[in-house]
Design a protein around this ligand. Structure first.
Ligand SMILES: [Mg+2]
Length: 351
């Protein structure tokens, strides 16, 4: 798979299973460099929560994140803490016999419009167009393409071919994965703006906040960003600087479900919509469904349709998808269990 910053062949995921003294198990996932996240969990964080009450999620968050803030404000430690925090919600829901969305504020919406995040850059634009057609044929009403491997002028043909293939009634986003300079991103937005793009995602390096703010003021396509950001403080910077139209926190990276909920509330105060980043295993997919189901200012569920074996195949019961919408699971906790066979097949015990 090729994106603006290069290609990748292998995907790694860090899943945790927390078991209580009553035998209840909770699933969680940390999103980041799997090798580092797993090392932090194994070396420290798993031991830190032994003996704690998984109902006391704020206390556990504080112990794992706030007490370490002097050294670990962002990065893999926050991803590791996110995984344990997510698992606590799963445990709490199972023990109380309610789905996690009930614990997060109750149901605001029970099915979520999804977009397929699965058109990767190809040398042949026709291949990208055919891939877009395949996704639309599968029922998606919105698709996202990863472009920006070549210059804005060279990649114009790819935007054009995809739009021609899917027609005007299907939503289309472009994800640049932070691969362009601010200069090129501005050029690209002006060249591509006639193709009715829903948003332009991560146009530039996520560290260049001032440039992102400047870019947003110059172009007409809405900007989405935040999948590389951590905690509510990172999003406060994005919002205060008027740098994004759509915020994209990843539950497994920002600090967990409560942190993401807090980010959504903050976004709402700025009138900003949230489309959580969701490109990992079926566990993160389930957590994202519960978050979005309970949060009014969320929009468009990101879905990986690239046949990743640890996505729907990982789950004992795949999550329900119909006519472009995912249904929120009603079982207790996150409402998903991992297939032992698939876990055994793909589990890596050392890197
Ligand atoms: Mg992205």
């Amino acid at each position: 798979m090729v994106i603006s910053r290069g290609g990748f062949q292998v995907r790694n995921h860090t899943l945790v299973k927390v078991t209580t003294d009553e035998g209840i198990t909770g699933l969680g996932e940390g999103i980041g460099n799997a090798k580092l996240v797993a090392a932090i969990l194994n070396a420290q964080m798993c031991n830190q929560v032994i003996g704690l009450d998984p109902f006391n999620i704020e206390f556990i968050r504080s112990k794992l994140i706030d007490s370490e803030v002097y050294f670990e404000r962002k990065g893999s430690a926050i991803c590791a803490a996110s995984a344990i925090e997510m698992a606590c919600w799963d445990i709490k829901g199972k023990k109380l016999g309610v789905p996690v969305y009930q614990l997060l504020g109750g149901r605001y919406q029970d099915r979520l419009k999804a977009y397929a995040s699965d058109i990767y850059w190809e040398e042949d634009p026709i291949k990208m167009a055919k891939n877009a057609e395949r996704i639309v044929d599968a029922g998606f009403k919105v698709v996202k393409a990863h472009i920006g491997y070549k210059s804005p002028a060279e990649d114009l043909i790819r935007v054009k071919r995809i739009r021609e293939a899917i027609g005007e009634n299907i939503g289309l986003m472009i994800d640049l994965n932070g691969g362009y300079s601010a200069f090129d991103a501005c050029h690209a937005a002006r060249l591509w703006e006639t193709y009715n793009l829903t948003w332009l995602e991560e146009p530039i390096n996520p560290n260049h906040l001032d440039a992102l703010k400047d870019l947003r003021s110059k172009i007409s396509i809405p900007i989405a960003a935040g999948e590389n950001e951590f905690r509510i403080f990172g999003f406060k910077d994005l919002f205060e600087n008027k740098a994004v139209d759509i915020a994209m926190p990843d539950i497994g990276r920002v600090g967990g479900l409560q942190e993401t909920k807090n980010i959504c509330v903050l976004a709402d105060a700025y009138g900003i919509q949230v489309s959580p980043h969701n490109f990992s295993s079926g566990v993160l997919l389930a957590a994202t469904l519960h978050l979005m189901a309970s949060t009014p200012n969320t929009t468009l569920l990101e879905v990986d349709t690239s046949k990743n074996a640890v996505y729907q195949e990982l789950l004992v019961e795949p999550l329900e998808f119909n006519d472009g919408y995912f249904t929120v699971p009603e079982g207790p906790g996150l409402g998903v269990e991992i297939s032992p066979e698939i876990l055994k097949k793909y589990q890596v015990t050392s890197f």
